[in-house]
Write a protein that binds this ligand. Structure first.
Ligand code: NAD
Ligand code: DAU
Length: 339
């Protein structure tokens, strides 16, 4: 199975965020022939430190908005491919204030695919398993590419809307696009608002972790490095017009993940606070990634969750200056929400 598409100049939107920046590091390390232009607005979630130190002749940062049609058009005219990560990504924020989610996730995607259509540029759309809604804890089923869309939150509904735009542009205009829907990522550079970094940094800060609801909600964890290798595989060898689910068989309840963090950090397993549940909280996500594995030969490499978690804890321990500036404001926002 050879590579069928060999991009030389790619645009990575949201390349200063968590998953986008890990993808930029992956491309610089694994594909020396590729030049990356990062297009990032540097919202509260974007940090240029995430890609600092990468060679200037390989990576260029353009600070700008994916909704800026003129800027997007100029950049896309010069590229072979766009890998679209930029988004408002946090469910709790989308419940408190959905407006930026509609703008960035829907209008931003529209702006990018219009430019790709005009210039005949290959487009990869990074999406989420949350578009499929949730599963019951005792349901033997997992999400597949055929599962009907049933998003629950303002965040996931805007991601679902953006997926639909891409599908329509493929069918109507022949846009050369692929879509991937991935499960929950963990690893370095994840914002302290998200579950795993929030609990690690609460402990490092001398505070207590916070668990929503009954703690039985299940997420399907994948290391962000495996997400990056999957996106690269789909970009270069995926069939245009197709959707691929990305997952690493990592289903775990929130309380189990929290206890693993507490154990790894030498704290008693009950040393946390129960807090108010998230409204509309999805119960369980689970990905069946058979299509990606069978058709494109992709496999996750980081399947030892305890090892990945230990490395992630060590990263936050070693990078306090990275997370410290965002910590207080994040916790103030949660406290105001009773979380
Ligand atoms: P993040 O919030 O860490 O990063 C988002 C990045 O997008 C930031 O750098 C931000 O500055 C940038 N951005 C936001 N609005 C922008 C705009 N209007 N113009 C330009 N840049 C803008 O997000 P993440 O967790 O890294 O998620 C990246 C993508 O992956 C998202 O599309 C998300 O839906 C998807 N995804 C995330 C997960 C997960 O577990 N985090 C799982 C599956 C899919
Ligand atoms: O499934 C993919 C999705 O995973 C992505 O599309 C999203 O961008 C990403 O943010 C993530 O969404 P979740 O809502 O699952 O992630 P979050 O880290 O916010 O929460 C994970 C679980 O932990 C969820 O069940 C809520 C719970 N939680 C979260 C926080 C912040 C807690 O119990 N306590 C907390 O403090």
């Amino acid at each position: 199975m050879g590579e069928t598409f060999e991009p030389k100049r790619i645009i990575v939107t949201g390349g200063c965020g968590f998953i986008g920046s890990n993808f930029v590091h992956f491309v610089v390390r694994e594909h020396p022939e590729v030049h990356v232009t990062v297009l990032d607005k540097l919202t509260y979630a974007g940090n240029p430190e995430n890609i600092a130190g990468l060679p200037a002749d390989r990576v260029e940062l353009v600070v700008g908005d994916i909704c800026d049609a003129g800027l997007v058009d100029r950049l896309v005219a010069d590229a072979d491919a766009v890998v679209h990560y930029a988004a408002e990504s946090h469910n709790d924020n989308s419940i408190a204030d959905p407006a930026p989610f509609v703008r960035t996730n829907v209008t931003g995607t529209f702006t990018l695919i219009e430019a790709c259509r005009r210039h005949g540029v290959r487009y990869h759309h990074v999406s989420t398993d949350e578009v499929y809604g949730d599963l019951a804890l005792d349901d033997p089923a997992r999400f597949t590419e055929e599962t009907p869309y049933r998003p629950s939150s303002p965040y996931s509904s805007t991601k679902a809307a953006s997926d639909m735009l891409v599908r329509a542009w493929v069918r109507t205009y022949g846009l050369a696009a692929t879509i991937s829907n991935c499960s929950n990522n963990y690893g370095p550079y994840q914002h302290v608002e998200k579950f795993i970094p929030r609990q690690i940094t609460n402990i490092l800060d001398g505070g207590r972790p916070k668990l929503y609801g009954d703690g039985k909600n299940v997420r399907d964890w994948i290391h962000t490095e495996d997400h990056s290798s999957a996106v690269w595989t789909i970009l270069t060898r995926g069939l245009v017009g197709e959707t691929y689910l990305i997952g690493a068989d990592g289903e775990r309840s929130n309380i189990d993940v929290l206890r693993a963090i507490l154990r790894a950090m030498g704290r008693p397993e009950d040393d946390f606070d129960w807090v108010r549940d998230r409204p509309g909280h999805d119960r369980r996500y689970a990905i069946d990634s058979t299509k990606l594995r069978r058709e494109l030969g992709w496999m996750p490499a980081h399947t030892d969750f305890d090892q990945g978690l230990a490395a992630t804890i060590a990263w936050y321990r070693d990078h306090e200056s990275w997370w410290r500036p965002a910590k207080e404001a994040t916790e103030q926002k949660y406290a105001a929400q009773g979380q």
